[in-house]
Ligand binder design. Structure first.
Ligand code: KIV
Ligand code: ZN
Length: 525
C-alpha cells in the first residue's frame, strides 16, 4: 500500500481571509459538515482570538463536526493559544496550530525581535500548547514557521528542531508569500529532512500560497520531497492570490499514483459539491476554466474532441467526471419545455437533489416559466431554480412585482411591490442607477436600510436568454451576509438577491434577540 498524504483544509481560516469572502458562524458550520463528508483529515476552523464570531464558529464546529481533527490557529502568544484551546477542546480530536515568522524580513521589520527571541517565543508557545492538550487523549500540536521559504535555512532548521523538542507533533513549512519555485521548494524540504535530527518524530507539512500561480506545483514538490501533510483550500481560496487548491492536489495524486506513489483518503466524489457550496456561501464564483471544478472542466466544445469523447471518453479525459462528483455527460444534456415533471424529477435525482413532492411542484412551475423563456434549460439553470425554491431562509419580505424605468436623460426610477405577512406594500424611489433606485425603493418599504458592500452579476448559463445571478454582500450591525437571486431578468435577480440578504439579516436579528432574551432569563435570580 502506498503512503498516505493527510489533507489539512484551511478554507475556513486562510480561505476566509480571501478579499471579499466572509462567512458567518452558521455558514462556517455548514461548510465544515461538508468538509467532513469530503473526509479531509484536518479542518482548520478559524483563528479563535481574531473575533468573538470566529471563536463561536470554531467552538460550534469542534462540538458538532465528527470525523476530521478540528484545529484552531494561534500566534505563539499565551492569550492566543489559550483561546484556541478553549475553542477546540471539545472536538473528538483537537489541534492547536501555533506559528511565528522565521524570516529576517518578518522578525526584524514586523515582529521587531531578534532571532534568539523568536526561537524562545516559539518554544514557549509550543510548550504551552503541549501542556494544554496533554489531558486530551487525541489532541495534537502543530507549529508553523511563517515565511519559511525566505528564512535562513540554518536558522529555520534550529527553530524546527527546538519546536519538536518542545512537543510539536506536526511541523508545517509555509511559503507564505508564494515566492518559491518548485525545484527550490523541494530542495528546502529535503534540506530540512536531512538537517533536523529529530524530524522523523513529526509529520512534516507544507502550506503554499499562489502569488506566482505555483501553490499546487510547490505542494506537489513538497510531497515528492517526503512531506506527509498538505495544507490547502477549496477552490484555492486564501489570502491575496489564494492557497493551493485542495481539489487540484487531491486529483493530481489520484490521477498519477504511478508518479507520486502516495494516496489520500478524500471522498473525491464530494469535490464538486463542496466547491459549489463554498462558492455559494462566500459569494466568490469559480472561474469556468478552473481545473477539476470549473464549469468547463469536463465540457468538450471542438467537434473533433466531441467525436473522440463519444467514441471513448479517455481520448480527451484523464479522469472520469463522476470521480469528482461532476454530473456525467449525458446528464448535462439540456432539458426543454416538453420535458415534463417526471423528466425533471429524474434529472434532479441525477444531480443529487432529493426533493419532496411539494418542492417538486414549486420547482416544476418555476422550471416551466424559465423553459418558456429559453429554448434549453441546462443543469446550471436547474441548480439555480432548486436553490431558490428550497431555500430555508424565511421569506419575511417577498417580491410581488417591480417596474424600473431608466434612460439617457431620464433619472432611474423603481417602483417595487413587496409581500409582507400577507399584505402588499408598494413604494417608489429614484437612484444613481436602476439597481440603486430598486434598492432604495426596497429600503423605503422595509425600513431596514442595509449597507451594501458588494454587488455582482453573472450569467449562470450562456446566451442572451441566460439565467442571471446577482450576489450581494450587505452589512448590518457588524454582521456580513451574502444574498443571492436568479432570474432571466437581471433587475429581478438583483431584487431577489437583496431581499434574500435582507431576510437572512432579519432571521439572524430574530435568533439573536431570542438568544439574548434567553440569557437575560438565565441571569435573573
Ligand atoms: O501563510 C502562512 O504562513 C500561514 C501560517 C499561519 C501557516 O497562513
Ligand atoms: Zn497562509
Amino acid at each position: 500500500m502506498s503512503e498516505r498524504i493527510y489533507i489539512f483544509d484551511t478554507t475556513l481560516r486562510d480561505g476566509e481571509q480571501s478579499p471579499g469572502a466572509s462567512l458567518n458562524p452558521p455558514e462556517k458550520l455548514q461548510i465544515a459538515h461538508q468538509l467532513a463528508r469530503l473526509k479531509v483529515d484536518v479542518i482548520e476552523a478559524g483563528f479563535p482570538i481574531s473575533s468573538p464570531d470566529d471563536f463561536a464558529a470554531v467552538q460550534a464546529i469542534a462540538q458538532e463536526v465528527r470525523g476530521p481533527e478540528i484545529c484552531g490557529l494561534a500566534r505563539v502568544r499565551e492569550e492566543d493559544i489559550e483561546r484556541a484551546w478553549e475553542a477546540v477542546k471539545h472536538a473528538e480530536r483537537a489541534r492547536i496550530h501555533t506559528f511565528i515568522a522565521t524570516s529576517d524580513i518578518h522578525t526584524e521589520r514586523k515582529l521587531r525581535k531578534s532571532r534568539e527571541e523568536v526561537l524562545e517565543m516559539a518554544v514557549n508557545g509550543v510548550q504551552l500548547a503541549r501542556q494544554l492538550t496533554a489531558k486530551h487523549p487525541h489532541a495534537t500540536v502543530e507549529f508553523s514557521t511563517e515565511d519559511a521559504v525566505r528564512s535562513d535555512l540554518g536558522y529555520l532548521c534550529a527553530v524546527i528542531e527546538a519546536a519538536i523538542e518542545a512537543g510539536a507533533d506536526v511541523i508545517n513549512v509555509p511559503d507564505t508569500v508564494g515566492y518559491a519555485m518548485p525545484p527550490q521548494f523541494r530542495r528546502i524540504i529535503e534540506y530540512i529532512r536531512e538537517h533536523v535530527p529529530n524530524i522523523h518524530q513529526v509529520i512534516l507539512s507544507v502550506h503554499c500560497h499562489n502569488d506566482l500561480g505555483l501553490a499546487v506545483a510547490n505542494s506537489l514538490a513538497g510531497i515528492e520531497a517526503g512531506v506527509r501533510q498538505v495544507e490547502c483550500t477549496i477552490n484555492g481560496l486564501g489570502e491575496r492570490a489564494g492557497n493551493a487548491s485542495l481539489e487540484e492536489i487531491v486529483m493530481a495524486l489520484k490521477v498519477r499514483p504511478d508518479y507520486y506513489q502516495v494516496h489520500t483518503e478524500i471522498a473525491t466524489a464530494e469535490l464538486y459539491r463542496t466547491s459549489q457550496l463554498v462558492s455559494k456561501l462566500t459569494g466568490l464564483p469559480v472561474q469556468p476554466n478552473k481545473a477539476i471544478v470549473g464549469a468547463n472542466a469536463f465540457r468538450h466544445s471542438a467537434g473533433i474532441h466531441q467525436d473522440g469523447v463519444i467514441k471513448d471518453s479517455r481520448t480527451y479525459e484523464i479522469m472520469r467526471p463522476k470521480d469528482v462528483g461532476w454530473p456525467a455527460d449525458e446528464q448535462r444534456l439540456p432539458l426543454s419545455p416538453r420535458s415534463g415533471r417526471h423528466g425533471l424529477q429524474v434529472r434532479l435525482q441525477e444531480l443529487g437533489y432529493q426533493v419532496t413532492e411539494e418542492e417538486l411542484t414549486r420547482i416544476y412551475e418555476h422550471f416551466l416559466r424559465v423553459a418558456d423563456r429559453k429554448k434549453q434549460v441546462f443543469d446550471e439553470d436547474l441548480v439555480a431554480i432548486v436553490e431558490e425554491e428550497t431555500s430555508t431562509v424565511p421569506e419575511i419580505f417577498g417580491l410581488e412585482n417591480l417596474y424600473v424605468s431608466t434612460g439617457t436623460h431620464t433619472p432611474p426610477t423603481a417602483t417595487v411591490c413587496l409581500n409582507h405577512e400577507g399584505s402588499k406594500i408598494q413604494d417608489t424611489a429614484c437612484g444613481d442607477g436602476a439597481v440603486d433606485a430598486l434598492y432604495k425603493a426596497i429600503d423605503r418599504i422595509t425600513g431596514v436600510p442595509l449597507q451594501l458592500d458588494d454587488y455582482r452579476l453573472r450569467a449562470v448559463t450562456e446566451g442572451q436568454d441566460a439565467i442571471g445571478e446577482a450576489v450581494v454582500r450587505v452589512r448590518d450591525n457588524g454582521l456580513t451576509v451574502v444574498g443571492r437571486g436568479t432570474s432571466t431578468d437581471v433587475i429581478e435577480a438583483s431584487a431577489k438577491a437583496y431581499l434574500n440578504a435582507l431576510n437572512k439579516v432579519l432571521a439572524l436579528r430574530q435568533s439573536r434577540a431570542v438568544g439574548e432574551a434567553g440569557r437575560e432569563k438565565v441571569s435573573q435570580p
